[in-house]
Design a protein around this ligand. Structure first.
Ligand code: HEM
Ligand SMILES: *[C@@H]1O[C@H](CO)[C@@H](O)[C@H](O)[C@H]1NC(C)=O
Ligand SMILES: *[C@@H]1O[C@H](CO)[C@@H](O)[C@H](O)[C@H]1NC(C)=O
Length: 337
């Protein structure tokens, strides 16, 4: 009796707190919607798709550039196009942060899409939305899954130079630390493992896998002869003594230009290029991540379904600092004047 009175009291308390919170929420930004541009720019989705078709047909690597740009946008102040801003006298962009410098590409593709959209429907479609749609189209164009993209993001008026290096994970970071960076963004361990599957396309640079190939690559691949051949080719392009830092190679060497589940299969063989990727399967802290890697390696459909769901969650990250309501930029590289 006493117990149930307590729990009743507790429930009432909880409800009143939630009620209070939802009152406070009145100033929160409107939620994203699928038909956001249906009346203001009905061709928006088609325009992005057409430009992405051109870009990816001319070079499939462009799909990887755009997908990574979207990730690096969303982990810094939310998905707000902050990664697209150039440095000016009054604004320090994110492009020169250590994690991004020499690594991010694809900005001209976004410029081209933005130009098309500005002539069709001026000041209407945000750069943050363009990047989100373009990332989805990139994945489809290299053979990956399709999903609906909620829209209605604003572009930031600020950038997070320091936040980029704080929030984004690096390849030599441990699994526990990387998981905590995803959880900080409201994403789960499952989201992290599925989204890492983006490494089924694109390339990594020697500077980001040197420690791995002269470190535990041999141990994780158990000296398997075909893995040895692969390892030797990696060592040849990325010498232990240094040099070749910017030389790059595919993260999924089996089907580097296709969005499929071979990435996870390389992890089962202990042949992950990045230390952070191999840890998903091999880390002693990775009981849950290992199971997920095994599942996605066996079942491409399961990977595709989770990847789609996790991409929507990635695209839903918003800036906790609501002092920057944002705007729709006219030029993705600069805040409006
Ligand atoms: C889980 C933590 C992650 C880490 C530690 C990580 C790290 C890296 C590193 C080191 C590279 C190579 C960059 C270079 O050498 O220039 C890379 C490339 C890439 N990453 Fe990630 N990444 C992570 C998650 C993600 C996510 C969530 C996505 C997208 C959903 C993503 C998409 C990509 C793509 C597409 C590339 C290839 C880019 C290119 O070809 O230039 N990554 N990542
Ligand atoms: C976008 O900015 C406008 C104008 O500042 C604001 O009314 C709207 O709520 C913002 N939307 C989001 C999603 O932040
Ligand atoms: C997106 O975020 C909003 C609040 O920021 C939340 O209410 C909604 O459930 C989220 N949607 C998804 C798919 O995560």
């Amino acid at each position: 009796m006493v117990l149930s009175l307590y729990s009743l009291h507790f429930m009432l308390l909880t409800f009143s707190i939630f009620g209070f919170l939802s009152l406070l929420d009145a100033g929160a930004p409107p939620p994203l919607t699928l038909d956001y541009y249906a009346s203001t720019c009905p061709n928006a989705l088609d325009i992005v798709k057409k430009e992405m078709e051109c870009a990816v047909t001319s070079d499939p690597r462009n799909a990887a550039f755009i997908l990574r740009l979207h990730f690096h946008d969303c982990f810094v102040q939310g998905c707000d196009g902050s990664v697209l801003l150039d440095d000016t006298f009054t604004l320090q962009g994110e492009k020169k942060a250590a994690i991004n410098i020499n690594a991010l590409k694809g900005f001209r593709i976004i410029d081209r899409i933005k130009n098309k959209l500005e002539s069709e429907c001026p000041s209407t479609v945000s750069c943050a939305d363009i990047l989100t749609i373009a990332a989805r189209d990139a994945v489809i164009l290299v053979g990956g899954p399709d999903w609906d993209v909620p829209l209605g993001r604003n572009d930031s008026k600020t950038a997070g130079y320091a936040m980029a290096d704080q929030n984004l994970p690096t390849s030599d970071e441990g699994l526990v630390s990387i998981i905590s960076k995803f959880v900080y963004q409201g994403l789960s361990v499952t989201d992290m493992v599925a989204l890492s599957g983006a490494h089924t396309i694109g390339m990594g640079r020697c500077v980001n896998f040197r420690e791995r190939i002269y470190g535990d690559f041999d141990a994780s691949s158990r000296g398997n002869p075909s893995s040895e051949t692969y390892l030797n080719s990696l060592k040849a392009m990325c010498p232990a003594a240094g040099g070749g830092d910017n030389d790059e190679t595919a993260m999924d060497y089996v089907t580097p230009k296709l969005f499929d589940n071979y990435f996870y299969q390389t992890l089962l063989k202990g042949e992950g290029l990045l230390n952070s990727d191999q840890e998903l399967y091999s880390s002693v802290f990775g009981i849950q991540t290992k199971k997920l890697v095994q599942m996605y390696a066996e079942d491409q459909m399961a990977f595709f379904e989770q990847f789609s769901e996790s991409m929507v969650k990635l695209g839903n990250i918003t800036n906790p600092d609501t002092s920057d309501n944002g705007e729709v930029r006219k030029n993705c590289r600069f805040v409006n004047t």
